[in-house]
Design a protein around this ligand. Structure first.
Ligand SMILES: NC(=O)C1=CN([C@@H]2O[C@H](COP(=O)(O)OP(=O)(O)OC[C@H]3O[C@@H](n4cnc5c(N)ncnc54)[C@H](OP(=O)(O)O)[C@@H]3O)[C@@H](O)[C@H]2O)C=CC1
Ligand SMILES: CC(=O)C(=O)O
Ligand SMILES: [Mg+2]
Length: 415
């Protein structure tokens, strides 16, 4: 990051007041009459109504449009474990994106503990106050256990964004990248650098979308995850490749069609990129610094599709394209869960939108550059206002079809 961008980022976060959002009042609160409705004595009426029937919380409180963004700061972007308080700018950022793109109200909650029991207890005790829970930047393998136990305990959707938001957007972009490069998901060989929350979940959803598991080589800090290793947790073991003789990234990348980076900065060298198959796909998704800089990758080869997690390069493969709209759809049908069908529906809705003409306001928001579906445009931009209805609608319809919706499909999604 340039010094200018660093300075501007700090200024952006400090002005006009510290942080990126605030809470606003939606009802009149100017007179004693208003106060006697908003607070004592009037507030007693919705209290009694909710005590009688918890569903009334959707009618009389902000619960139905409110998501908690919860982190413990153990995997803040690709910066690592920097503690719960340091994760707050990212969590406020997620809240900004929820509001900006899908008018979902959200509040960040940072839990100062790395203990799974602590996190599960804290979240399960507050979950009923929200329409949904977005877990964020909690490292693997703890994140899997936290999410599983919360899904079992809580009645509202629990969604670990680094797993599922990332997977949904990655699958959307990957299917399009494969099409652009003339490759098939059934044959393409994938190297996944990273074996944490995002990597495991992306690989699982790619398998659901048709990629044979044997075509995936997953790599952690100790090298390729293969059947001979006895140091694997059960999540990594799911991707232990039984046939490969590759042991390092250098071995694995030889002839690979796809590099999917969900690890950390500058881990893929130009020499390694040169060893990939013709027309390769490179998703260097670590934030803020990708596994290979696009300038270096594009200077090394001219036949690749290059994507990063960042807003300042073409092809932003980032969960921002997913979580605001996925929660919008789930909240609008009061879904009790965000299931596999809803995730795949979201992925296909995002994928399809990239085939349509880019709206003039999106072109303007990105400095006037024109795009059409192809190497530099495999996935829509977050500013594309059509994402809201398309993705939220796909998610809401899938929720209704799979029986996890608690209210009928809203009119706007019946198209
Ligand atoms: N673009 C997007 O939308 C998203 C991007 N990401 C990015 O993905 C990355 C991982 O995030 P997340 O899964 O949440 O974090 P986790 O902490 O759960 O996982 C990190 C993984 O990266 C691996 N890793 C770290 N350094 C190396 C290395 N030198 N060589 C090989 N593997 C390495 C770790 O290996 P080990 O298991 O051995 O410790 C671990 O498996 C971050 O950079 C994050 O910004 C995440 C979510 C969304
Ligand atoms: C984008 C995101 O969630 C991450 O990098 O962790
Ligand atoms: Mg994250």
């Amino acid at each position: 990051m340039s010094d200018d961008l660093k300075r501007d980022a700090l200024e952006y976060h400090s002005l006009p007041r510290p942080g990126k959002l605030s809470i606003e009042i939606t009802t009149p609160a100017e007179t004693s009459r208003h106060l006697s409705l908003a607070y004592s004595p009037g507030v007693a009426e919705p209290v009694r109504a909710i005590a009688e029937d918890p569903e009334n919380a959707f009618k009389y409180t902000m619960k139905g449009n409110l998501v908690a963004v919860i982190s413990n700061g153990t995997a803040i972007l690709g910066l690592g474990n920097l503690g719960s308080l340091a994760s707050k700018p990212v969590m406020e950022g997620k809240a900004l994106l929820f509001k900006r793109f899908a008018n979902v109200d959200s509040i960040d909650i940072e839990i100062d503990s790395e203990d799974v029991d602590d996190i599960v207890k804290t979240v399960s005790l507050i979950a009923e106050s929200f329409g949904g829970i977005n877990l964020e930047d909690i490292k693997a393998p703890e994140c899997f256990e936290v999410e599983r136990r919360l899904i079992e305990t809580c009645k509202v959707p629990i969604f670990h964004d680094d797993q599922h938001g990332t997977a949904i957007v990655t699958v959307a972009g990957m299917l399009n990248a494969l099409e652009v490069q003339g490759k098939s998901i059934k044959d393409a060989k994938l190297v996944c650098l990273g074996a944490g929350a995002a990597a495991i979940s992306c690989s699982r959803l790619l398998v659901s979308a048709g990629m044979p598991k044997d075509n995936i080589l997953m790599i952690d800090r100790k090298g390729v995850i293969h059947g001979g290793r006895d140091d694997l947790n059960k999540y990594k073991a799911e991707f232990a490749n039984q046939v490969t003789s590759a042991r390092t990234l250098d071995d694995a990348i030889d002839g690979a069609d796809i590099f999917l980076g969900l690890s950390g900065p500058d881990m893929l060298s130009a020499d390694q990129l040169k060893k990939m198959a013709p027309n390769p796909i490179v998703f260097a998704c670590a934030n803020p610094d990708p596994e290979i800089r696009p300038e270096l990758a594009l200077a090394t080869r001219d036949d690749l599709v290059m994507a990063t997690g960042r807003s300042d390069y073409p092809n932003q493969v980032n969960n921002v394209l997913g979580f605001p709209f996925i929660f919008r759809g789930a909240l609008d049908v009061r879904a009790t869960a965000i299931n596999e069908e809803m995730k795949l529906a979201a992925a296909f809705a995002i994928k399809e939108l990239a085939k349509e003409e880019v709206l003039p306001e999106v072109v303007a928001a990105y400095g006037g550059e024109q795009w059409t579906f192809g190497r530099n445009y495999i996935i829509p931009k977050p500013m594309d206002a059509r994402l809201l209805n398309r993705v939220a609608g796909a998610v809401a319809r899938a929720a209704v079809e799979t029986g996890v919706a608690r209210v009928p499909l809203p009119e706007q999604y019946k198209a």
